[in-house]
Design a protein around this ligand. Structure first.
Ligand code: NDP
Ligand code: MG
Length: 388
């Protein structure tokens, strides 16, 4: 078996560390070329040590000294600053795992688009904001994008492109998050600690808050429309609190093809890493008898306005998804900093979409301009709430 060279962008995060675990478990299949992180030098050095990566990049230039000290004795090239993260994406690799959180991951995802490279894409924000730009870059470069997001990995496994005409709809499942059955009045009082407690998945802070507001599912709706050529009204969302079925395709003949698995990101990461083969993972085998029952319910658009906002942004197209994403990133950061209340997140996204005039998103410059405009408006909306 030829070894695949893997680079991990966002290697110290929840997805990044899950990928490291899989790579560690299959040294005959994988070797790590580059690892990149944001600002946690100690965590990045630990990953560099376990993986034996040849190139180690930290985005925060102020952490270069700490990285050097923590990597003492390692035979690896070290670099710092945003350009170093791009360099990590450009190192020779067969698979690049794009697992940086937020729009911060866009530039390195674009840089990873090179001939023959498989991009295992977890960074959904890049695809939401700059979908056409990313997909065009990958197609022009001859790179393959494979989804790591569990619902999209499910759809990738059940959707047959050669029989696309026979697909009636695609459905993403949603756990519903920690506030699935909470009233809006109760959600108004939510503390950061409550929102960081996800019932099924252990994830980074940003996506955990997105799961609580259901913006995560809104972003995933847009992500699905980018990855699978179906119109918005044929991509559906169903709440499934057990998170065992991750997504399904409904064919015109009535057949429904679903993908199941324990809620463990190592499965979708393994699908992308080993593709077109499959690999062994330490993920617990699904025991349906022990689980007993799988339940489903329609999402509540009143209590979770994120879903309708995302649908409208997807229908409107142009820069609307980028505006939605940037406003949400700013609002989630403000909530985590305890500067705004939980329900303010959706309110600020809605206000930003209403206030910032629609513009194009055909080029990277367009997308970055939309992102900046949304952040400017959202920052002011956040400050107004603090002053109130
Ligand atoms: P985490 O917050 O756990 O990790 C984020 C990673 O990105 C860390 O390695 C962090 O480094 C790094 N990072 C942050 N900013 C920068 C930057 N400017 N330049 C370089 N690196 C940076 O996030 P998750 O792993 O939870 O999520 C990563 C992505 O995957 C997100 O887009 C998320 O939506 C998506 N995803 C995650 C899932 C999950 O189960 N966690 C499931 C499906 C999708 P540092 O540690 O130094 O801050
Ligand atoms: Mg997901």
């Amino acid at each position: 078996m030829t070894q695949k060279r893997v680079s991990i962008l966002g290697a110290t995060g929840s997805v990044g560390l899950a990928a490291v675990d899989l790579i560690q478990g299959a040294p005959e299949r994988f070797r790590t070329e580059a690892v990149a992180g944001g600002s946690n030098a100690a965590a990045l050095a630990a990953v560099a040590r376990t993986t034996g990566a040849r190139f180690v990049a930290i985005a925060d230039p102020g952490q270069y000294g700490a990285l050097r000290a923590a990597c003492a004795g390692l035979d690896a090239e070290l670099a710092a600053g945003p350009d170093a993260v791009i360099e990590a994406a450009l190192r020779p690799a067969d698979v690049v795992i794009a697992a940086i959180v937020g729009i911060a991951g866009l530039a390195s995802t674009l840089a990873a688009c090179r001939p023959g490279v498989t991009i295992a894409l977890a960074n959904k924000e890049a695809l939401v904001s700059a979908g056409p730009v990313v997909l065009a870059r990958a197609a022009a470069a001859g790179a393959t994008i494979l989804p790591v997001d569990s619902e999209h990995s499910a759809l990738f496994q059940v959707y047959e492109p050669t029989r696309a005409h026979a697909v009636a709809s695609l459905t993403l499942t949603a756990s519903g998050g920690p506030f699935r059955d909470w009233s809006t009045a109760r959600m108004a009082e939510v503390r950061v600690e409550d929102a960081l407690k996800h019932p099924n998945w252990d994830m980074g802070a940003k996506i955990t808050i997105d799961s609580a507001t259901m913006f995560n599912k809104g972003l995933e709706l847009i992500e699905a429309a980018r990855l699978f050529p179906l119109p918005e009204d044929r991509i559906e969302i169903v709440v499934h609190p057990q998170s065992i079925i991750h997504g399904f395709a409904t064919y015109r003949d009535g057949s429904v093809m679903a993908q199941m698995g324990a809620p463990d990101m190592r499965t979708p990461i393994a699908v992308a890493l080993a593709w077109p083969d499959r690999m062994e993972t330490p993920v617990a085998r699904l025991n349906l008898a022990a689980i007993g029952s799988l339940t489903f319910e329609a999402p509540d658009p009143e209590r979770f306005p994120a879903l309708a906002l995302a649908r409208a942004a997807l229908r409107a197209g142009a820069d609307r998804p980028a505006i939605l994403n940037a406003a949400n990133e700013a609002a989630v950061a403000a909530f985590l900093d305890r500067r705004i209340a939980f329900l303010d997140i959706a309110a600020i996204v809605a206000e930003t979409l209403a206030a910032v005039p629609q513009g194009p998103a055909a080029t990277l410059d367009d997308v970055m301009a939309a992102d900046a405009a949304a952040r400017r408006f959202a920052a002011a909306a956040i400050n107004r709430r603090r002053a109130a």
